[in-house]
Design a protein around this ligand. Structure first.
Ligand code: DON
Length: 310
């Protein structure tokens, strides 16, 4: 460990200390019992850099439900499989609506605003279900390879809870099907979507597995191409405008990085040319974003001068 390592880890620990009581300002997702049982006081942060360094503090090795962060992996897989034709079925515009809203989808004839709201992620799940013979296994294998960890798994309790309480997602999928924008059978699409949401990963695993998005599509550890440079650009662009749902504008103001949140309390942020930050704290604000996670992202970005808008 060199002096820089020690310095950044000390900074991360200090940021966590400053946030110690702020988790009380949020509310843990309780729409499914499996998420409501997580300890609200857990919090962690990690930074992985494209030159091979890693820094972590707090509960950065504790696995949590990645939920909507899975939409990033799904989009990359779908673009790798069907290329730019995906943009005929989903757009790349901010929605200005909650992540699970259905109203816009009818007005816009079953074409989701972007791939990281629920309707868009269901569309992506349809692409994966239709183009892979075993899409859930292919997804898990993709994530395990990126994280270089065969132990990453699907939390079956979360999966079953999602399935049981997934009526709104089912409604979104059936509405898109009625417009001819879903190919596979709806139960298969939903099963794929809930499976990817139910994967458990830690801040450390998420930060390292997404390094390719900070490095023009190439995994800096293996030098393997995970997606094209154009697709890495597109994913980062969508995460900049829509990754934090209808708090994406505020996130751009206070942080200034492409990012994605999940209702498990995780947030990942891509720093092109530098690395990936992942923060986790389960209690959420009214938009579905982690309260402490938002604060940690703002503080670390300020501290290190990482905003892409500087
Ligand atoms: O679709 C759902 O309800 C969840 N499985 C995923 C939601 C999610 O993480 C949205 N994000 N903030």
């Amino acid at each position: 460990m060199n002096n820089n390592t020690t310095d950044l880890e000390k900074k991360l620990q200090a940021l966590l200390l400053a946030e110690q009581d702020n988790f009380l300002q949020g509310k843990v997702a309780d729409y499914i019992p499996a998420l409501a049982n997580v300890k609200p006081e857990l919090m962690g942060i990690s930074v992985a850099t494209i030159d091979g360094q890693f820094f972590g503090a707090g509960d950065y090795q504790h696995p949590f439900s990645i939920q909507s962060i899975s939409k990033v992996f799904g989009l990359v897989m779908a673009m790798n499989r069907i290329g730019d034709s995906i943009w005929q079925r989903v757009r790349m515009e901010p929605s200005g609506q909650p992540f699970n809203s259905i109203v816009q989808l009818e007005w816009e004839k079953g074409i989701p605003r972007n791939p990281v709201i629920n309707a868009g992620a269901l569309l992506v799940s349809d692409v994966l279900t239709s183009h892979f013979s075993a899409s859930k296994l292919a997804f898990l294998t993709f994530v395990r390879k990126l994280a270089n960890n065969e132990k990453i798994h699907i939390d079956n309790q979360v999966y079953l809870s999602e399935l049981k309480h997934g009526n709104l997602n089912a409604a979104l999928a059936y509405l898109m099907k009625s417009f001819g924008n879903i190919e596979a059978e709806i139960p298969d699409v939903l099963s794929h979507y809930f499976t990817q949401c139910s994967i458990s990963m830690s801040c450390q695993q998420l930060a390292t597995s997404l390094l390719f998005l900070a490095n023009k599509g190439v995994d800096p550890r293996t030098q393997k191409s995970i997606c094209t440079i154009r697709d890495a650009h597109k994913v980062n662009a969508i995460l900049s405008t829509s990754g934090m749902y209808d708090q994406s504008g505020e996130f751009a103001f206070s942080v200034g990085l492409p990012a994605k949140s999940g209702v498990g309390g995780g947030i990942i942020a891509i720093v092109p040319g530098y690395g990936v930050i992942c923060a986790w704290s389960p209690p959420l604000n009214s938009y579905g974003n982690s309260v402490v996670g938002m604060n940690l992202m703002a503080a670390i970005t300020e501290e290190l001068g990482l905003s892409i808008y500087h």
